[in-house]
Design a protein around this ligand. Structure first.
Ligand code: UD1
Ligand code: CA
Length: 471
């Protein structure tokens, strides 16, 4: 079998999106939609810069950044003269000793993120069985408007593909559409593209034009119907983006459920494509899990919580309405309700974070507790430390940020302020209401507050005095 090469078309602006952002960079399932095509290409070819070419153009630099982590080549289509013209730009990647003649090309659009690897593999097998020169992925749609239509001759053979704007009213009634993915023999592809003319409403070089060229040369053109028509969904408008988003989210949840995750109300939970969740974890209604977040086994995520770019070990409980970003939570930790964990937070085994606690760039030691109304920033907090209600680290002097270091087994009373930089030794006790400005030795008691004053009868006398002057 000929070696596969993949070309991904991603140079267009996506005018119909009416966006400042290039269409293929709009996220679907929490990642730029073009990455779905890039990952398919990698799966089919096992990667390699000589095997995959991404055609960039509009916002090429941004797109290159997005695909930088992948082993694929990119070429720039400086002038957007159509999908056929875009494919021609990619030829240079396969130029080496006319390499392109020996290859079989899979051509994908950057705007059809629901296409699956299984379908592409079946399509490749079909292309082989049919001994086709060109195979087009197709679908039958109830509302085919906007797509190129598959025009067949009397015997049912494919004759050509006509774009919606160039179609006659009767052609517009054809429900079989071009899904924009193709398999083409290399020795045919590039010579054929040089014969495609921009004689259409848009004055562009259309890739589907190669179908008529193949037919003219007596070559076999096959149509492979997508097993599920959603795979053909191409995103041109925000409506289609929303539809793809809905379908992708459902697909992600279905995969996670198959892997052993419980969703109490699946359609209200939004999980990004790259998230991984372990078995027997339970996801409550109205939850959002984003980015590359990893969640272990037997975790519980309660309602209205959002978790982004975080790692949760096994048996972690996130109670209601928490916002967790860039945090690492070890086994058995319990967070919330109403907690906010910001980047750089590390919560060690079995530690607890409670109501209205904000934590940033802070490590909370094994078994430690910060249960109520605190701000802990730039702090190192030891094992079993009790952080009293209302404790604050004063980490910022208006210019710089400073560290608070609290050793193991410290007991912090309520409403304590640590004016950083400051260190507290092991086992110390900090009296409630203290403002701690100096380092505290191990096992000491600190009282950093003014002494209580009691004036007997003062209140009563005041009441009587006020009563006399009342108008
Ligand atoms: C295209 C097909 C249409 C098919 C539909 C399926 C053509 C002419 N038409 O139409 O038959 O039904 O896809 O979704 O191919 N691009 C470039 N350079 C260009 C133009 C486009 O790289 O000069 C890229 C775009 O970024 C996009 C892809 O090619 O990722 C498809 O372009 P788009 O404009 O979306 O084509 P459609 O009008 O949807
Ligand atoms: Ca499109």
């Amino acid at each position: 079998m000929k070696r596969l090469a993949v070309i991904i078309l991603a140079a267009g602006q996506g005018t119909r999106m009416r966006s400042k952002l290039a269409k293929v960079l709009h996220p679907v399932g929490g990642r730029p939609m073009v990455l779905y095509a890039v990952e398919l290409a990698q799966a089919l070819t096992k990667g390699g810069k000589g095997n995959v070419a991404v055609v960039t153009g509009h916002q090429a630099e941004k797109l290159k950044e997005v695909i930088a982590g992948y082993d694929v080549a990119s070429v720039v289509q400086t002038r957007r003269l159509g999908t056929g013209h875009a494919v021609v730009q990619a030829q240079s990647v396969f130029q080496n000793g006319d390499e392109w003649r020996k290859r079989r090309f899979v051509i994908l659009s950057g705007d059809t993120p629901l296409l699956t690897e299984a379908t592409l593999r079946d399509m490749l097998a079909y292309h082989d069985r049919e001994r086709a020169t060109v195979t087009v992925l197709t679908a039958h749609l109830d509302r085919p408007a906007g797509y190129g239509r598959i025009v067949r001759g009397r015997e049912g053979f494919i004759w050509r593909i006509i774009e919606d704007r160039d179609a006659t009213p009767s052609e517009r009634r054809i429900s079989e559409i071009n899904a924009g993915s193709y398999i083409v023999e290399g020795d045919f592809l590039f010579p054929a593209l040089s014969q495609v003319k921009p004689s259409n409403a848009q004055k562009e070089y259309y890739l589907p034009g190669i179908v008529s060229v193949a037919v003219g040369q007596g070559k076999r053109v096959a149509a492979y119907p997508a097993p599920d028509r959603v795979e053909a969904l191409g995103i041109n408008t925000r409506q289609e983006l929303a539809e793809a988003e809905r379908l992708m989210r459902a697909r992600i949840r279905a995969r996670l459920m198959a892997e052993g995750v419980t969703f109490l109300a699946p359609e209200t939970s939004f999980v990004d494509a790259e998230v991984r969740i372990g078995r027997d974890s339970v996801i409550h209604p109205h939850t959002t899990i984003e980015g590359w977040t990893r969640i272990g086994e037997d975790c519980v995520i309660r309602s209205h919580s959002r978790i982004a770019e975080s790692v949760l070990s096994d048996q972690v409980t996130i109670l209601d309405a928490c916002v967790i970003e860039g945090a690492r939570l070890e086994e058995g930790t319990v967070i919330g309700p109403f907690a906010r964990l910001r980047p750089g937070t590390v919560i060690r085994r079995a530690a607890k974070v409670g109501n209205f606690v904000e934590i940033k760039k802070t490590e909370l030691g094994i078994g430690a507790k910060a249960n109520h109304l605190s701000y802990l920033g730039d702090a190192q907090i030891g094992k079993r430390v009790n952080v009293g209600a209302g404790t604050i680290t004063c980490n910022y002097d208006g210019v710089n940020k400073y560290q608070t270091v609290i050793a193991d087994d410290v007991f912090i009373g309520s409403d304590v302020s640590f004016v950083a930089p400051v260190k507290v030794g092991k086992g110390a006790v900090i009296g409630a209401g203290s403002v701690v400005t100096e380092d505290v030795p191990a096992d000491a008691l600190v009282l950093g507050r003014s002494r209580q004053v009691i004036k007997p009868e003062w209140a009563k006398e005041r009441r009587e005095k006020m009563g006399k002057i009342k108008h």
